[in-house]
Design a protein around this ligand. Structure first.
Ligand code: NAD
Ligand SMILES: CCCCC/C=C\C=C\[C@H](O)C/C=C\C/C=C\CCCC(=O)O
Length: 260
């Protein structure tokens, strides 16, 4: 997909990678990007981006993506304002250690349940029968494949995110609704998520075999743009690390299709 003149909705765009993905889409001349987040200063974040990219329309929609009807409100807002949606990125996420019971369950809800809502809503709102087709990028993590020993729910949420992406992104679903669905799986990136997780920097610094190295934002954004632009990529998980580069994990040969 050519990003120029497209309409995008990005969750978690109030901070970190979500904000970087929104900026990258604007740099590629997207017509409009709606930042969806739970942060309180979202209007200011959107107006800063608007100043940087005056040719595009940047909006903020405040909502908790774990609430399906509130999240649907964001899709309705974008559809009403621009007529359709082309790109959805589900980047909202939270980290949690196993000792924190409530935060761990919250991680399952934000990182998996809300990604399910965002994927399902994206497929409905961009369905080629009612709209123009489109692309969905779900932000998972290498934790989906190489789980840490202290974040069961974080890891499981990311493995679930990859699995639901492979399922939603099957050739059958693509042919049926015209929406490509892919997952991006970066290793550690130095964002506010890292700074706000107590003890994480120390844990990262102690990782063996160069695994403490952060991935550059540039590499993550490049991977993201490739997943959006390359029409050959559907139902894939793209893993990116500083030590092995980029690999594409495909699983679209093995689906069993049940007509529903
Ligand atoms: N930073 C890393 O090392 C890293 C690596 C791989 C994958 N990821 C994933 O990338 C994504 C972005 O992470 P980040 O590092 O930029 O973190 P971040 O904390 O900087 O940004 C996450 C954003 O999600 C928003 N958010 C959280 N819960 C929400 C909710 N219920 N509704 C709406 N918005 C909500 C937050 O307000 C925040 O703005 C996450 O899914 C994360 O798991 C991060
Ligand atoms: C440790 C529990 C959860 C805290 C996670 C916080 C942020 C995570 C961001 C990334 O998604 C994690 C990415 C990679 C995995 C984490 C550690 C590196 C392990 C490296 C290795 O040995 O492969």
């Amino acid at each position: 997909m050519i990003i120029k003149e497209k309409i995008a909705l990005v969750t978690g765009a109030g901070s970190g990678l979500g904000n970087d993905f929104a900026s990258a889409l604007l740099k590629e001349k997207a017509a409009a990007v709606c930042l969806v987040d739970i942060v309180e200063n979202g209007d200011k974040i959107a107006s800063d981006l608007q100043k940087e990219f005056p040719q595009s329309d940047v909006t903020f929609y405040h909502c908790d993506v774990t609430n399906h009807s509130l999240f649907q409100g964001a899709f309705e807002f974008v559809k009403k304002r621009y007529g359709h949606i082309d790109i959805v990125c589900n980047s909202a996420g939270v980290a949690a250690y196993d000792q924190e019971l409530e935060a761990s369950v919250r991680a399952l809800r934000v990182n998996l349940e809300a990604v399910y809502y965002g994927t399902k809503l994206g497929m409905e709102y961009m369905d080629k029968e009612k709209a123009r087709g489109g692309v969905i990028i779900n932000i998972a993590s290498t934790a989906a494949f190489y789980p840490t020993d202290s974040g069961m729910c974080y890891n499981a949420s990311k493995a679930g995110c990859v699995s639901l992406t492979q399922s939603a992104g099957s050739r059958y679903n693509l042919e049926r609704c015209g929406v490509r669905v892919n997952a991006l799986c970066p290793s550690l990136v130095d964002t506010p998520m890292i700074s706000s997780t107590p003890g994480l920097r120390e844990m990262i610094a102690a990782l063996p075999n160069g695994r403490h190295e952060f991935l550059s934002i540039k590499a993550v954004v490049q991977g993201f743009l490739q997943l959006v632009e390359n029409a050959e990529l559907f139902g894939v998980a793209m893993a990116i690390t500083p030590w092995s580069g980029t690999s594409i994990i495909r699983n679209n040969q093995n689906y069993i299709t049940f007509e529903m």
